[in-house]
Design a protein around this ligand. Structure first.
Ligand code: GRF
Length: 197
């Protein structure tokens, strides 16, 4: 069997998508292994979850660095030490510089809780409800310099119900996120999908 691709997950908070990736990657025939979890917040709950699973973790606060570039260079060193093939952003709440995204172009993916290109950015669920749309969902996409703009790899759809709140819609979408992200990483790590711009 070919070598499993080495993957780092970047988080800022609870890390439920990270947990879904870790769980999927435990399967013997999954083409990737999660070798490290990084957070820009030392208090991120997901760091504890990953450590408890025996996965190495690291955290760096951008505030300890003079610039965004210095922070990202330190992050890159960590990822290189982990000999990472791919990175998965999972609720990572930092804007990345074009230098960083170019370096990882085709090797970095993100999950976003909307049917991109609709509702880039924050508060996606509340905005979808306010617009009265009948369908919402989530997208896994390649990370490019523009926020939430890279080519989509996979999407999952859910209905928006008349009595939905941002919270109830987010919970319905999150269930799909946890299925979609492992599938998308599997496609990438197995070479079924590659970035071509
Ligand atoms: C998810 O909804 C993800 O789509 C968005 O941020 C949230 C992270 O949740 N980018 P979790 O930390 O994976 O639980």
């Amino acid at each position: 069997m070919t070598r499993k691709k080495r993957v780092a997950v970047l988080i800022s908070g609870r890390g439920s998508n990270m947990t879904a990736l870790i769980k999927a990657a435990k399967a013997a025939d999954y083409p990737a292994e999660i070798v490290g979890v990084f957070s820009n917040r030392a208090a991120a709950a997901g760091l504890g979850t990953a450590s408890a699973d025996g996965i190495q973790t690291a955290s760096l606060a951008q505030s300890s660095f003079d610039s965004r570039l210095d922070f990202e260079n330190a992050l890159t060193k960590i990822l290189e030490n982990w000999a990472v093939d791919f990175i998965c952003l999972a609720g990572f709440m930092r804007i990345l510089t074009p230098q960083f995204t170019e370096r990882w172009l085709g090797r970095a993916i993100n999950i976003h809780p909307s049917l991109l290109p609709a509702y880039k950015g924050l508060d996606t669920h509340a905005r979808a409800i306010a617009d009265g749309v009948s369908e919402a969902g989530c997208t896994v996409h390649f990370v490019t310099p523009g926020l939430d703009e890279g080519p989509a790899i996979a999407q999952a759809r859910v209905p928006v119900r008349p009595d939905d709140t941002a919270e109830s819609l987010a919970a319905r979408i999150l269930i799909e996120e946890h299925k979609l992200y492992p599938k998308a990483l599997e496609m990438l790590a197995s070479g079924q999908i590659t970035y071509n711009g």
